[in-house]
Design a protein around this ligand. Structure first.
Ligand SMILES: O=P(O)(O)OC[C@H]1O[C@](O)(CO)[C@@H](O)[C@@H]1O
Length: 388
């Protein structure tokens, strides 16, 4: 087996790769969708058109010198500007794309579009959808299940919510049907980290808003309500990112949605609302959450936060890439090895949407590959993967 540190960084330019398809296909479509999502003024439309042109021509331009974080991006992107978008590490290039998208919409500017979430319409539509009504109603039945099934249900709800599919999990079966699609299942470790010690601080590093954040909040309520956590710190992005990533405004909207719902969902919302006011649930939006860097590069204050937690739960594919490192690891590389730098127990809940993979043995890998389905990148499979 090659040394783990030899694992190649995932670049954007490998022909036929998933990463290349994101740059070539997904990003131009996203710019067009954002362009049509809100009644942008002519200057914003022109800026979006310039970004589209830049992405299609495939020449990476620096951020405007007036941008508040221009210096940071100039440092991170040294030697990359003027070159092709696809010739940079996948994680870096994607992150920079979303930063430039916000620049084009005027999110950080002095004009009227300052602070307007370009993905707001998509997020709002999802939060208001009938599917969310159904998912929240399903909590009433889930509350009647035996305790261990409720615990399994809230965990799987949060996990599969990463595919924006809460309905798969909080069901009469407590979500057991979804267990078959778990590539790794360290849920026993997660529960033992919570149950076998006095309740401490749990950090939950959120991913998407809407149909992922709602079941994340249900999981947080379960931890607080059952005395499995003394306090929870919910980490979200300080500004819109990767389309649907949760921001503080999204947490507020989700809590309002929960609190206004009838039945069990309303009770969960009410408890979380009070927990927020009492300091048992804290919200953190650290700038590093939108940095184009792996967690191994995290700053000291963030490291200190995770170090003081009895458990950190990370959500989603992007957080997994940042946690493990966005590399083509030999899949059997132990998770504990690639996360040895992390300052405390950590469990990743992730549906698989990109090529990064560790902790999967050769035989399991062969069996999954034999199915012929693109199981590594399409969100059909998931993992609960951790280390104490
Ligand atoms: O919302 P998640 O689970 O973090 O997934 C984001 C994923 O979507 C992509 O941006 C594009 O499919 C991946 O590169 C990324 O890992």
């Amino acid at each position: 087996m090659p040394e783990a540190t030899d694992a190649p960084v995932i670049m954007g330019n490998v022909p036929g790769s998933y990463a290349l398809s994101v740059f070539r296909e997904r990003h131009p479509v996203l710019v067009r969708q954002v362009r049509d999502a809100l009644p942008y003024s002519l200057d914003r439309l022109r800026a979006l058109d310039r970004l589209l042109d830049e992405v299609v021509r495939d020449v990476m331009e620096p951020l405007d010198g007036s941008a508040h974080d221009h210096a940071a991006w100039a440092r991170w992107g040294q030697g990359r500007f003027g070159g092709r978008w696809v010739d940079v590490p996948f994680l870096w290039g994607e992150s920079y794309f979303y930063r430039k998208l916000l620049e084009a919409t005027g999110y950080f500017g002095d004009g009227p579009w300052r602070g307007v979430d370009p993905f707001g319409p998509v997020k709002q539509a999802e939060l208001r959808s009938a599917a969310v009504d159904d998912e929240l109603t399903a909590l009433d039945h889930a509350a009647t299940l035996p305790e261990h099934e409720q615990a399994a249900g809230v965990l799987l709800g949060s996990l599969w919510g990463n595919r924006a599919d809460l309905s798969h999990a909080i069901t009469a079966s407590g979500g057991r049907d979804r267990v078959t699609d778990l590539v790794v299942d360290d849920s026993a470790l997660l529960w033992s980290l919570l149950r076998d010690r006095p309740p401490g601080k749990v950090c939950l590093v959120a991913d998407n808003a809407g149909r992922e954040l709602l079941p994340d909040l249900v999981l947080i309520d379960h931890l607080l309500d059952r005395g499995l956590a003394a306090e929870v710190v919910l980490h979200v992005k300080p500004y819109p990112y990767f389309v649907s990533d949760a921001t503080p405004a999204d947490v507020a909207e989700s809590l309002r949605r929960l609190a206004a719902a009838p039945g069990q969902a309303g009770k969960v919302g009410g408890r979380l609302w009070r927990a927020m006011g009492a300091g048992r649930l804290a919200l953190r939006a650290h700038p590093f959450s939108c940095a184009p860097l792996p967690y191994s590069d995290m700053p000291d204050d963030l490291r200190g936060d995770f170090a003081s937690a009895s458990l950190t739960i990370t959500k989603g594919d992007l957080n997994y890439r940042r946690l493990a490192g966005d590399r083509f690891w030999p899949p059997a590389t132990p998770f504990a090895e690639v996360t040895a730098y992390f300052p405390g127990p950590v469990v990743a809940l992730r549906t698989l949407k990109s090529d990064v993979l560790v902790g999967v043995g050769e035989r399991e890998l062969a069996a999954l590959d034999a199915t012929g389905s693109p199981w590594r990148t399409t969100g059909t499979h998931a993992m609960i993967q951790g280390r104490a």
